[in-house]
Write a protein that binds this ligand. Structure first.
Ligand SMILES: C[S@@+](CC[C@H](N)C(=O)[O-])C[C@H]1O[C@@H](n2cnc3c(N)ncnc32)[C@H](O)[C@@H]1O
Length: 294
């Protein structure tokens, strides 16, 4: 490994980063402007306080600085509202986890995956989306013609992802929904001899499987990558690993993946980020490593 890459997006019509600084970020999700904590925004805000004060929703962290906190909305917001990306629709909502159910920093991966699926020339490529949450990557792969397997341990998240599929008018048969622990599912697929052309993994640092199985990235990632390698077929096209909200380096993620996915092709490792409207500053969001056969 000799260099890291920066994949920063300017967003899209329904998502822009308007400003950042002072430990916060101001974003527009569709018709609403949202002010949220962003510990890495270690610089001054550019927009006037009066602009920030007009936000439609503001997340105020709990005083202990931990995960908790609550949303403040000067006027009530609808429970959900639509966000469009390339003809797909997801329902945004204010979650207790500070986000709204869409991770726009992933846009570079969505575009890259779409290009990789097209370049593969495979009529119905099989794509596995692990830790798939509200499913935007599943929708993008499905819209690109893939047969998608979407795995998440949360029933609620799968219901939300299904709503997004319906709102996007995608073929209901295009995505197989699996409520399971990702590690167990991958092991089972390997035993069944099933293979995939592309795999996405976006694991949290800690999580729980559908039956309470403990997921600890630092302990379990190498074995999960081994499992992914076992189910990437000889005609595999790509693997994308993203990691967020933890102390680690893209160098570590890249080397962990390269040690296992020992295949000819092209690697890129680095950081994802979102560029402020008007250019210049970037809010970093996560680490990634990705491999493609060409
Ligand atoms: C924040 S999300 C990942 C974001 C998602 N890839 C996206 O772009 O929308 C993390 C997800 O991992 C799921 N999860 C955590 N531990 C899991 C496990 N052991 N097996 C399956 N899913 C798990 C959670 O339910 C959650 O939906």
């Amino acid at each position: 490994m000799t260099a890291l890459d920066l994949l920063a997006t300017d967003g899209f019509d329904d998502y822009r980063l308007l400003d950042s600084g002072g430990g916060r970020k101001l974003e527009r999700y569709g018709r609403f402007v949202i002010d949220r904590p962003e510990p890495q925004a270690l610089w001054p805000q550019r927009l006037a306080p009066a602009v920030w004060a007009k936000a439609d929703a503001r997340f105020v962290a709990a005083s202990d600085g931990e995960e908790g906190g609550r949303w403040q909305t000067p006027k009530p917001l609808p429970e959900t509202w639509p966000l469009k990306y390339q003809g797909l629709t997801v329902h945004a909502r204010l979650t207790p986890f500070r986000h709204i159910g869409l991770f726009p920093d992933q846009v570079g991966h969505w575009q890259w995956m779409t290009a990789a699926l097209k370049a593969s020339g495979i009529a119905k490529p099989r794509v596995l989306n692990l830790f798939a949450y509200t499913g935007m990557a599943s929708l993008v792969a499905s819209a690109a013609g893939a047969e998608v397997t979407h795995v998440d341990a949360s029933k609620k998240a799968i219901e939300w992802a299904k709503e997004n599929q319906a709102a996007s008018h995608l073929d209901p048969a295009g995505i197989r929904w699996i409520l399971d622990d990702c590690q167990k599912f991958v092991e089972r697929e390997a035993r069944r001899g099933r293979t995939y052309h592309g795999i996405l993994l976006d694991p949290p640092k800690y999580g729980r499987g559908a039956k309470g199985e403990v997921w600890d990235l630092f302990e379990h990632l190498p074995a999960l990558l081994q499992g992914c390698n076992a189910i990437l077929g000889d005609d595999a096209q790509f693997l994308i690993l993203t990691a967020y909200a933890m102390r680690a380096s893209a160098i570590a993620m890249g080397q962990a993946a390269m040690a296992v996915i020992d295949r000819p092709g092209v690697w890129s490792h680095g950081e994802l980020g979102v560029a402020e409207q008007g250019g210049g500053r970037i809010v970093p969001t996560s680490l990634y490593t990705r491999w493609s056969v060409r």
